[in-house]
Design a protein around this ligand. Sequence first.
Ligand code: ADP
Length: 453
Amino acid sequence: MITLSPTRQHFSATASSRLHRGAWLGVVLVVLWLGFIAYLEMNLVQGAVAIVPNHLLMAAPMAVGVAVLAFMLSRANGSLAEQNGKLARAERAAARLAAELETVLQSITELLVVTDQDGRVVRVNQAFATQAGEGLLNLGREGVQQSGSSSVTREDGAVIPRGEFPHERALAGETVENETIVAHREGAQVYYLVSASPIRDPETGQVSGAVTLMRDISSLKRLERLKDEFLYTVSHELRTPLAVIRGYAELSLSSADHPADETSSLALRRILAEVDQMSGLLEQMLQIARLDAGRMPIDAAEVDLAQLTAAELNVLSITPEYARVVLNLEEGTRRLICRLDRVAYRQVLGNLLSNALKYSPAKSPVVVRISAVKDQAVVSVSDCGSGIPEDELLLIFEKFYRARNAVNSGNIGLGLGLYITGRLVDLLSGRIWVESTLGHGSTFHVAFPLVLA
Ligand code: ADP
């Protein structure tokens, strides 16, 4: 806490009493002077009569001047004292604020680093200094100062290039939110969730530094890995018994498939349908586990998107439900070369089509349109189905998310298909987005960069 110095505290009172004394002294002197002039006049000192009027004339404005001066000085001193009081209060408030801020900074459990505009560390909080020890402090400083350091990478293992560290991006004016970086030290990996913001000069608006917050999420990551491994193992292990159930159900169905045994036949068909559904869900879970573990093989090659799409639709059209899918090739899209993994692309298209069929009335058309927009090939899948509420348009790409109208519709699903689709599109360097009007249908667009000749 900052306190006022005794000099500052007593200045106002001392100066004020001096000024008051000075003003009174001035008044007394003027009175004495006037008395002296009157005495001369009364005693008819020689030449005094000629002198008196002049002195009286001079003395009057002098007296007024001294009085005004004394009054003004007294007023100025009063306002000075008031300003001084305000300043003292402001200083106390600032000191209190600084102490509060310091306590807040020190009690933040996240690791906090403040850097100046040249990227030099100017402040770290207690958590940064003690939570991970001196080693982390050095690592943080190295990471911050030597941005090309290979000891800090992104989550996918890619080294963060110079200028791309969160604090450096903040120094360039960007606000970085919740990005994961990995610190590699002595064979161990520490995961941090990092956010960074620029500090701006309040007057010029220029960036004068950056504040970076890092949260150690290694234990969360470990749990996540365990959960993924568990899901992967369970899904994998359930495949075999499901295949056996399917096999026996099919076998029994072929022998029980006669009019005398209608109930058994119905039951076996039901078993087969349920097994198919379970297999689909298990397949999705396995795929998510592979994607999350970075074990999704991508074998990209140059393909003609229009041709590949047409071929895939041809294969799917064997299934009666897909008979309502129509391909619409825009003019000039006969040859659109992109670098894609065929299997992954087929899955993207398959997921979008099965959703379009699932969430639209039977027999209504589903249109696949292929177009070229600038240097991108765009595949759009449109339906005239239930549509998606506007506030859920972005959420449906999240894991396990289902829009409320889909949940109420009775359509079965886990909310994993679009999450997988989005992740696959990312792996193919593409982009996915949706346009939809509730009750009137949806169009999902997927864009891939064209390979320019
Ligand atoms: P689900 O298994 O529920 O179909 P998805 O991940 O494939 O999971 O889709 C997530 C959600 O997105 C769906 O539950 C649904 O609410 C919405 N959705 C996806 N495609 C469509 C579509 N063509 N029309 C309407 N809603 C859709």
